[in-house]
Ligand binder design. Structure first.
Ligand SMILES: NC(=O)c1ccc[n+]([C@@H]2O[C@H](COP(=O)([O-])OP(=O)(O)OC[C@H]3O[C@@H](n4cnc5c(N)ncnc54)[C@H](OP(=O)(O)O)[C@@H]3O)[C@@H](O)[C@H]2O)c1
Length: 327
């Protein structure tokens, strides 16, 4: 588990924007579980963070100066230069967003990368069909909360797990899942989770949307129906493990049940799926079928605290850091 002392807050001067450049003031920055993976020095789908260099990640901000740059002063933009208050850019990697259509913060959560992850994971990776029973772990987080509601909007039965009674109540009341449980109170190990699932989905599950891995994955394998599908989205339970865990110990169940387990990285699907995602989300939001909430931590100096909080379950909905005012 990383410690607050592993992070350094550095004050540097920001240059004036050169010709064709803009100066952006960040408003919200995202902290995401995948950033933990970038803290290992190993080959991956994104290169590791570098010691002594600023971290990066999703952020939304306002253009506050332009030297003939691609955006006007006042424009709201989405980009990947989080973990800082200001930056100069030639516009590459920045996209204009509409703060009238949705709050700026939503572009980092339900309407942004985490929402798209839920969409791709269910529709493309797990090939979810109406009427099926879906189990979502990490269900009260950014990805999980959208996954639950997409599955509901598609006419599925949804069972959800999360790490507190408050999260369970939110899932049942706001996200409209059919049944939710607190996995920390479910009884020890995989066996406790299997019992919790069996009680809430007595006819088994057809799709498992995995945000957690470990014992959750084992329990889902146990309860999956014939030709069930697993969208391997994340395994946050093991991101801080010093050694790779053994298991899932019951993977052989995948043979007899003819299961499909498929991992995915959302960025690979972004171009193809974003237009459909935006259209479907706009409709679901308009119909009142999609709700989201956020946990907002104030101040760039508290960004490490927000990030580390992801691994303690401090967040309900999307975890964000507000680094400056919206206006
Ligand atoms: N494949 C992709 O392209 C992609 C894209 C985005 C995200 N992801 C993955 O999707 C998952 C969710 O990401 P997110 O951004 O939506 O984060 P999030 O769910 O908003 O936040 C992380 C949550 O994980 C739960 N958690 C932490 N440690 C846990 C543990 N040991 N066991 C069970 N639950 C634990 C906590 O909730 P509780 O209180 O419920 O424990 C915490 O709130 C992560 O695994 C992430 O890596 C994958």
């Amino acid at each position: 588990m990383p410690q607050a002392g592993d992070f350094e807050l550095a004050t540097v001067s920001v240059p004036e924007p050169g010709p064709g450049e803009v100066l952006v003031r960040n408003v919200y920055m995202s902290v995401d579980p995948y950033m933990r993976g970038r803290m290992y020095d190993r080959p991956s789908y994104v290169p590791p963070f570098q010691l002594g260099q600023p971290l990066e990640g999703g952020a939304v901000g306002r253009v506050i100066a332009s030297n003939g740059g691609p955006f006007a002063v006042g424009d709201a933009v989405l980009g990947t230069q989080g973990w800082r208050e200001h930056f100069v850019s030639d516009g590459r990697g920045l996209r204009k967003i509409d703060p009238e259509a949705a709050p700026m913060s939503a572009y980092l959560g339900a309407l942004g990368m985490p929402g798209l992850t839920a969409y791709v994971g269910l529709l493309e990776i797990a090939a979810l069909a109406p009427g099926e029973t879906v189990f979502v772990s990490g269900a009260a987080g950014a990805v999980g909360s959208v996954a639950c509601q997409i599955a509901k909007a598609m006419g599925c039965r949804v069972v959800a797990s999360a790490g507190s009674a408050e999260k369970v109540a939110w899932l049942e009341r706001e996200a409209g899942v059919d049944a939710a449980f607190d996995y920390k109170a479910a009884g020890p190990g995989t066996r406790g989770l299997v019992a919790a699932l069996a009680e809430r989905a007595p006819d088994g599950i057809d799709v498992y949307f995995d945000n957690v891995g470990g014992e959750h994955l084992e329990a889902a394998l146990d309860r999956l129906n014939l030709r069930g599908r697993v969208a391997l989205c994340g395994m946050i339970a093991q991101y801080n493990d010093a050694a790779p865990p053994t298991g899932p110990r019951n993977l052989a169940l995948a043979i007899g049940k003819q299961l499909t387990l498929r991992g995915f990285i959302v960025s690979r699907f972004a171009r193809e799926f974003t237009p459909r995602f935006v259209a479907d989300m706009a409709r679901w939001v308009g119909e009142g079928r999609m709700r989201w909430t956020e946990t907002i931590v104030d101040g760039i100096d508290r960004a490490p605290e927000a990030f580390l909080g992801l691994f303690r379950g401090d967040n309900l909905g999307k975890m964000l850091v507000r680094v400056g005012p919206e206006a």
